[in-house]
Design a protein around this ligand. Structure first.
Ligand code: SAM
Ligand code: SF4
Length: 333
C-alpha cells in the first residue's frame, strides 16, 4: 500500500472530483457566456486515460470520486467510465462514486448509474419556474430536469438539490424550494455565487446573495439546529426542526472552509487543480502520453506538494477580489 497523499498543511487528500468534459447543453448565466468556445476534442483525455488517472488516485488513498463537468452526462459513452470506476467500489478501495449533473439527461442514465453502484446524485436547480429556468440556463428546459429527478428517485438514487443563491433571481423562491425538497424527501444545498470566469465584476456583485442573509430569513420561520456532520465537501449543514430536513450551506465568501479541504480537481484535459480558487495547476497529461515523463504517482505527489492553503475570494470591500479567470465548467463544481 502506497503512502497516503498529504499536502504541505498536513491535510490528507481523499476526495477527487473529475470533470469529464467542458461541454454542456445549458449556458447558465453565472457559469458560462452564451457563445462559449469549448476545447478541441483532441485535447480531452480519453475515457481510458481518465480511468488511468482516477485509478492512480484511488491507489494513493482517494476514497471518494465525484464526476462533474461541464455536464458529465453529455460526454459520449460516459457510462463506460462509470463502469470502469465501479470496479473500485466492488474491490472496496472506493467508498463512494457520485456525480453532479444539471439533470437534463438523467432520465436516460439513472437506472444504469444505480446499477453501477452510484447511490447519490447532486442535481443543480436554481428555480422551479419555467420562465426563470429558461432565463438562467438560457438553453435548458425545466420539464427535462424534473423528469430526470423522477427517474433518479425511481432508480433508488438519493437526490440532493444544489441551488445557487442569486440576488433578485431566486430570493422569492427560498421557501418554495425548501418545501418542495421536503415534500420529495430531497436534501438541499445552497451555494454562494463565486467569482469564476469573466462575466464582469458588476454582474457578480449584483448576483451575490450572502447565505448569512438567507439563513436569517429561514430562521424567521424555522428552528435551525447546526449539525456537526461533514461529508468531505465544503458544506455546513443545519436541520430544520419543523420538517426534519437537512439544508447545506456552501459559503466560500462568508465562511472560509479551506482549513479542512481534502479534495483536488482533475480537468478533462488532465490538469490537476489543488484549489478551486487559485490559478495554479499541474499537468498530468505528459505522464500518460510521454514515455520519458515522470510516472503518474510522481506527478500526482509533486502536484499535491504544491496545494495552496486556501482561496482568496473576497467581496467584503464592495469589489470582487481573488477572482479566477477560468469558468466553473472548466474545473468542475
Ligand atoms: N453541469 C453540472 C451541473 O450544473 O450540476 C455540473 C457542473 S456545474 C459547473 C457544478 C455546480 O457549479 C452547479 O451546481 C452550478 O450551479 C455551480 N456553479 C457554476 N458556476 C458557479 C459560480 N460561479 N459560483 C457558484 N456556483 C457555480
Ligand atoms: Fe452547464 Fe452546469 Fe455550468 Fe449550468 S452550471 S452551464 S449546467 S456546467
Amino acid at each position: 500500500m502506497s503512502a497516503p497523499l498529504i499536502d504541505p498543511f498536513q491535510r490528507a487528500v481523499t476526495y477527487l472530483r473529475v470533470s469529464v468534459t467542458d461541454r454542456c447543453d445549458f449556458r447558465c448565466t453565472y457559469c458560462m457566456s452564451e457563445n462559449m468556445t469549448f476545447l478541441p476534442k483532441r485535447d480531452l483525455l480519453t475515457l481510458e486515460e481518465l480511468d488511468s488517472v482516477s485509478s492512480a488516485f484511488i491507489s494513493l488513498g482517494v476514497r471518494k470520486l465525484r464526476i462533474t463537468g461541464g455536464e458529465p452526462l453529455v460526454r459520449r459513452n460516459i457510462m463506460s467510465y462509470f463502469r470502469a470506476m465501479s470496479r473500485h467500489l466492488e474491490s472496496g478501495e472506493l467508498d463512494e462514486l457520485t456525480l453532479t449533473t444539471n439533470g437534463s439527461q438523467l432520465h436516460r442514465f439513472a437506472d444504469d448509474l444505480a446499477a453501477l453502484g452510484v447511490r447519490r446524485v447532486n442535481i443543480s436547480l436554481d428555480t422551479l419556474d419555467d420562465e426563470k429556468f429558461n432565463r438562467i440556463t438560457r438553453w435548458g428546459r425545466l420539464a427535462n430536469v424534473l423528469r430526470g429527478i423522477d427517474a433518479a428517485q425511481s432508480a433508488g438514487l438519493r437526490v440532493k438539490i444544489n441551488t445557487v443563491a442569486l440576488r433578485s433571481f431566486n430570493e422569492d423562491e427560498l421557501f418554495a424550494l425548501v418545501e418542495w425538497c421536503a415534500d420529495r424527501d430531497m436534501d438541499l444545498t445552497l451555494i454562494e455565487v463565486m467569482p469564476m470566469g469573466d462575466l464582469g465584476a458588476e454582474d457578480r456583485l449584483d448576483q451575490y446573495w450572502p447565505l448569512s442573509d438567507l439563513r436569517g430569513r429561514l430562521q424567521e420561520f424555522y428552528t435551525l439546529t447546526d449539525l456537526d456532520e461533514r461529508t468531505g465537501g465544503p458544506a455546513r449543514y443545519v436541520r430544520l426542526e419543523e420538517t426534519g430536513q437537512k439544508i447545506g450551506f456552501i459559503t466560500p465568501l462568508t465562511h472560509n472552509f479551506c482549513e479542512s479541504c481534502n479534495r483536488v480537481r482533475l480537468t478533462c484535459t488532465g490538469e490537476l487543480y489543488t484549489c478551486l480558487g487559485q490559478e495554479g495547476c499541474s499537468d498530468l497529461r505528459p505522464s500518460l502520453r510521454e514515455p520519458m515523463a515522470p510516472s503518474l504517482e510522481e506527478a500526482i505527489r509533486a502536484a499535491i506538494g504544491l496545494k495552496p492553503k486556501g482561496h482568496d475570494f473576497d467581496y467584503s470591500r464592495q469589489s470582487v477580489a481573488g477572482q479566477v479567470s477560468r469558468h466553473m465548467s472548466h474545473t468542475g463544481g
